[in-house]
Design a protein around this ligand. Structure first.
Ligand code: F6R
Ligand code: MG
Ligand code: MG
Length: 375
């Protein structure tokens, strides 16, 4: 039978501020999922202030009952968050009632249905204080860059390359790019991760799913700012897919992502263990956690908390140096995001306040010309 891996996450209250998930909240989530008849197995994780439900079952993707279970779990956890008066309790539960599918409601979702192989290693990537497009650069490196993934060159099962489904998050469109032949075209788009995000990657030989990310744009959905849509991603590994080491390798380079303080800054994505995923400095820097599991008839054998490996110490050190450097820019771009990416900007109010003090130079010029003066 096919197994579906559903990773559904939400920020339902931070401890303290927007830093972490309180242990009682995770406890509650475990109580909701324990021995649940719909599930084969589950693991409750967190990254920063995001609660991440990792679930396996046989019901396929976008299944109402599974999404409802996740929703009900978040609602139950919100009760705990409210009792403890955690910060922003229930912030990602945008709708008051569940309406069949958590997509478009607030929580982030990544799901894949697989025919479990003889051995099925998967990596669940989870990030805090950033956006879904943060996966673009690592997914590109993992599935299209032979300088990262030598398997693309020397594994006969990977040499055919991978296909990338890219979403336009603003206009809600999608397009498939085939690597390697469409790479230059694809990079025009995925190099703009605030708008274009890689949703899925497929093996071109088998057509099988290789990776899937969450691409909800929470801030746009709510119509007002309610927090960054911190993303998750699932990647299959080994034997025709990138090896675990090839999946983790891009994170040895802490690339710049949008998010961090007030969702309005550029900063390095720092790979950390789950224990170290409690962003503090200027509410950051943004974090990524990688949990490895072996699926065994749908059972989640794991996790292996990969970034606890000291091999990522240099990436962390570099991330901190980049953080030091960027912080010295204070409110200046490019540390602060470009105006149209800023999520809670005072720009409209300040503009309104100063409207009368702005002098339109084009009008002044025209007036001078009309008066016969120099243009
Ligand atoms: C960014 C984030 C935090 C908050 C900041 C202000 O994604 O969660 O940096 O934006 O702590 O939070 P509020 O507006 O809730 O006081
Ligand atoms: Mg939060
Ligand atoms: Mg968060």
């Amino acid at each position: 039978a096919k197994v579906t891996l559903s990773v559904i996450k939400a920020d339902i209250g931070g401890f303290v501020g927007h830093s972490a998930v309180h242990p009682e909240v995770k406890e509650k989530a475990r109580a909701c999922l324990e021995k649940h008849p719909l599930l084969i197995d589950y693991y409750v994780a967190h990254v920063g202030d995001d609660l991440v439900l990792i679930m396996t079952h046989e019901h396929g993707r976008n299944k109402g009952e599974i999404h409802k279970l996740a929703w009900d779990t978040f609602v139950a956890c919100t009760e705990v968050a409210k009792k403890l008066k955690l910060y922003g309790a229930g912030q990602d539960l945008l709708a008051d009632a569940f309406s069949g599918n958590v997509k478009g409601l607030g929580p982030g979702v990544a799901e894949m249905e697989v025919e479990e192989r003889e051995s099925e290693p998967v990596v669940v990537l989870m990030a805090d204080k950033t956006e879904p497009g943060a996966w673009n650069l690592p997914l590109y490196k993992i599935f299209a860059d032979p300088f990262n993934t030598i398997g693309l060159i020397i594994d006969p099962k990977m040499h055919c390359g991978f296909a990338f489904e890219v979403r336009d998050l603003i206009e809600d469109k999608k397009i498939i790019f085939n690597a390697p032949e469409d790479l230059y075209d694809m990079l025009v788009f995925i190099g703009a991760p605030g708008r274009y995000a890689i949703k899925r990657v497929f093996h071109r030989g088998t057509g099988e799913i290789a990776a899937v990310s969450s691409t909800q744009r929470l801030n746009l959905m709510a119509g007002r700012y309610v927090g960054k849509d911190d993303p998750v991603c699932i990647v299959r590994c080994q034997n025709g897919y990138p090896s675990v080491g090839e999946v983790l390798e891009p994170f040895a380079f802490p690339h710049l992502v949008s998010g961090w303080m007030r969702g309005s800054h550029s900063g390095p994505l720092m790979p950390v263990s789950m224990d170290d995923a409690r962003p503090t400095r200027f509410d950051g820097p943004p974090r990524v956690v990688a949990l490895g599991f072996q699926l065994a008839d749908g059972k989640l054998i794991g996790p292996n908390d990969f970034f606890s490996d000291p091999a990522f110490d240099n990436a962390r050190r570099l991330a901190l140096e980049i953080a030091d450097y960027l912080r010295r820019l204070g409110p200046f771009e490019p540390h602060r995001l470009h105006l149209d990416e800023m999520e809670y900007t005072t720009m409209p109010q300040v503009m309104e306040k100063l409207r009368d003090r702005f002098i339109d130079l084009r009008l002044a010029k025209k007036a001078r010309a009309a008066a016969g003066g120099e243009a």
